[in-house]
Design a protein. Structure first.
Length: 66
């Protein structure tokens, strides 16, 4: 399970970066403020998910037998 989660971490980080980029791009070009708000909320949720995955990997790595 730890190995699977380690493989998911880069995808989670890329998802956060993409949503952040889309949100910033939308704000900088003067796009719909509601869309920017939704994208920033999605970024926060994705950051939380990425953090939980990373912390789970750290926890599992620390609890290895041996």
């Amino acid at each position: 399970m730890e190995d699977t989660l380690r493989l998911i971490i880069p995808f989670a980080l890329v998802a956060v970066a993409l949503v952040l980029g889309f949100g910033l791009w939308n704000m900088m070009r003067g796009g719909d403020p509601n869309l920017s708000q939704k994208l920033m909320r999605a970024r926060v949720i994705l950051q939380f998910i990425a953090l939980v995955i990373v912390m789970t990997v750290i926890y599992l790595a620390g609890n290895r037998p041996g």
